[in-house]
Design a binder for this molecule. Sequence first.
Ligand code: ATP
Ligand code: MG
Ligand code: FE
Length: 330
Amino acid sequence: MKILAIESSCDETAVAIVEDGHVLSSLVSSQIDIHKKYGGVVPEIASRKHLEIVDRLVLQAMEETDLTLEEIDIFAATMGPGLVGSLLIGLSVAKGLAISLNRPFIGVNHLYGHVYANLISYPELRQPFIVLLVSGGHTEILLMEEWNTVEMVGKTRDDAAGEAFDKISRLLGLGYPGGPEIEKAARGGSPIYSFPRPLQEKGNYDFSFSGLKTSVLYFLQRNPGVSVEDVAASAQEAIVDSLVTKTFDAAQNLAVDKIAFAGGVAANFLLRERAIEMASKRGIRVFFPPIDMCTDNAAMIAVAAYEKAKRRLYSPLSTNAVPYLSLDVF
Ligand code: ATP
Ligand code: MG
Ligand code: FE
């Protein structure tokens, strides 16, 4: 079964073709350079840019795979959460293709896309497992017992982990997105400063990252000329330590022996290293998406759509963009 999926929830336009869960083509065009000068994503510009490039990406994916549109069995697109104008571009293109070629259409929850990106590297992964969803907008520990439902175990009370990386990167005068920049800077430094790891009481699976950001800000004000690399390494250590400790405690407490990492922050090398270390100590298996499929992409949307397609769960053509789509609905 060949699925063509489009992702356009934020500032990446992405198109992928996946056959039975196997990625044939995955193209991502980022608008980061365009939004950079405004200090954030400008929704109106984002949707226009999606519209400008999406056709070209579809054609490029067809060329790369040597397939024709008639050979695609299902068209899928992210239906939320995200920027409404941006979501509508991918949705409209996928629905238009489905109508004209008389094929089913499947709308996908972007967050389930991040979770199912794990199947690209581990097709054998089966529920139940714990998910640490760590992206630009989400930081949640989830228990996934069924293929299409998750139960919230813990979540951030303020900033998401990716947001913390982005904000601390800005404080350090590093670029955007902050995660990869901090990771790179940290390689040249040592985690010699101790930044807060809040909510450490046993059994508390919530996170808080806004205090860390403030504490880095004050530290920089008090210590002008301090090594950016050492501060980056110390901040990264604090974020990763909180994430890994709580996720493994939650898994152990719920007697679940598998943890899947999802979202942009799951690309972080230190997070992977610490998780693998702790996994071998505690007899838990850990799973990660391919590094380049942790941040937004369409392959993860196609793989998630495949889970629905296998069960013949197609979406009506009246499917609308849902900017605040929650994890309650796949
Ligand atoms: P959401 O999926 O919650 O709607 P999003 O789509 O913007 O948000 P993603 O694309 O999943 O988020 O992830 C982007 C975030 O991941 C950014 O905050 C970025 O800094 C972070 N990130 C990317 N790579 C790394 C890395 N190597 N280390 C740490 N953080 C990273
Ligand atoms: Mg993005
Ligand atoms: Fe995302």
